[in-house]
Design a protein around this ligand. Structure first.
Ligand code: TYM
Length: 346
């Protein structure tokens, strides 16, 4: 056994996350990720990007892709991400992501990717017709994170496995290239009742933009009537709300609505229950609808205002790209040196 202790990462705390630009953002994206982006920007340097390279792992209309990207940028800003504190930028505008992803494709093992449940879900019955990009998607995600040596990544529960893969890739790279402590072993930030928001139609399925039923989700750009109607129609059961969390466990739809209420009001589920225990959904749903409209209504309105001036959004994005490249380029240069790639003699 060696006497030298393992070298641990000693770089600064850095926060990073990304959201795919593949269409409408919903309440799950907001509570699982964007709310945390806003809170964390007070704590360290932040990088929040628009994952357009991940979006094209399934077909995207080229005429819409850039506008979809601006819509996600508008959602970040309207929700309170401050471009002066956090770099906001399109992934495809920072080529270092793709460059590092290739190196990581040669570090990650096939067996690791074979275990990824999201690929299995997304490729469904037609694995052989899926893009190769969909398969190596988590490797690009690892590159997104490590190209900034990000130490903390706020995401929803569904990204947990991808974050574990990122840690494995960092560890293996550091070991293989004799570079302990070069890449950090990134911590996921998955917390609170917003980390896993379920469909309004089925408490066993995640709220998702790919669900064919629009009633299954609240979109950030829904108007107040649509939000209230979707909550009124949300699947529930006939029982009143219980007093304890334990009693909610067997009632996934009720559990989900209580979780949404708690996450939107910034309290725990137990605290939300004390307010509504013993009351039926006839009382709870209107309260939840009012809260949802009060929180999301102004965000949707601000998104519309921002989207009316795409040049202003682009100005913010250009600054974000510059900030991002300033950090990413030296990391890729150091990585290439460790791998042994050629660089001209001085
Ligand atoms: P995406 O675009 O599917 O989702 C964006 C963020 O929203 C969270 N989320 C949810 N949280 C709670 N409940 C839900 N129902 C729900 N649905 C989505 C996701 O967990 C995510 O945080 N692979 C990522 C994008 C990505 C990324 C990265 C994230 C690419 N590179 C690097 C972090 C770091 C994705 O598809 O997220």
């Amino acid at each position: 056994m060696s006497d030298t202790p393992p070298v641990v990462y000693a770089g600064p705390k850095r926060i990073l996350s990304g959201v795919q630009t593949s269409g409408q953002l919903h309440l799950g994206n907001y509570l699982g990720a964007i709310v945390k982006f806003v809170r964390l920007q007070e704590e360290a340097e932040c990088f929040y990007f628009l994952a357009d390279m991940h979006a094209i792992t399934v077909w995207q209309d080229p005429d819409k892709l850039a506008d979809q990207m601006r819509e996600v940028a508008a959602a970040f800003i309207a929700s309170g991400v401050d471009p002066a504190k956090a770099a906001i930028f399109p992934q495809s505008a920072v080529p270092e992501h793709a460059e590092l992803a290739w190196i990581f494709n040669c570090v990650a093992r096939l067996g690791w990717l074979d275990r990824m449940t999201q690929f299995k879900e997304k490729s469904g019955q037609h694995k052989e017709r899926s893009s190769v990009g969909l398969y190596t998607y988590p490797v690009l995600q690892a590159a997104d994170i490590l190209v900034y040596k990000a130490t903390h990544v706020p995401v929803g529960e569904d990204q947990k496995q991808h974050l574990e893969l990122t840690r494995d890739i960092a560890q293996k790279f550091n070991n293989d290239f004799g570079a302990q402590g070069f890449f950090p072993i990134t911590e996921p930030v998955i917390e609170g009742p917003g980390a896993r928001i379920m469909s309004l139609r089925d408490g066993a399925a995640k709220m998702s933009k790919s669900d064919p039923s629009d009633n299954s989700r609240i979109n950030l750009l829904d108007d107040a009537d649509a939000m209230a109607t979707k909550i009124r129609k949300a699947k529930t059961d006939p029982e009143p709300l219980p007093e304890t969390l334990d009693e909610l466990k067997a009632r996934p739809e009720a559990d989900n609505l209580v979780g949404i209420y708690a996450a939107l009001s910034g309290v725990t589920k137990a605290q939300a229950l004390t307010e509504f225990a013993g009351k039926g959904f006839g009382a709870f749903k209107p309260a939840l609808a009012d809260l949802t409209v009060a929180k999301l209504g102004p965000i949707g309105a601000e998104m519309r205002r921002l989207l009316a001036d795409p040049a202003e959004i682009d100005r913010v994005l250009k600054i974000g790209v510059e900030k991002a490249r300033a950090v990413a380029a030296p990391v890729v240069a150091d990585t290439k040196r460790l791998v042994g790639f050629w660089s001209p003699k001085p």
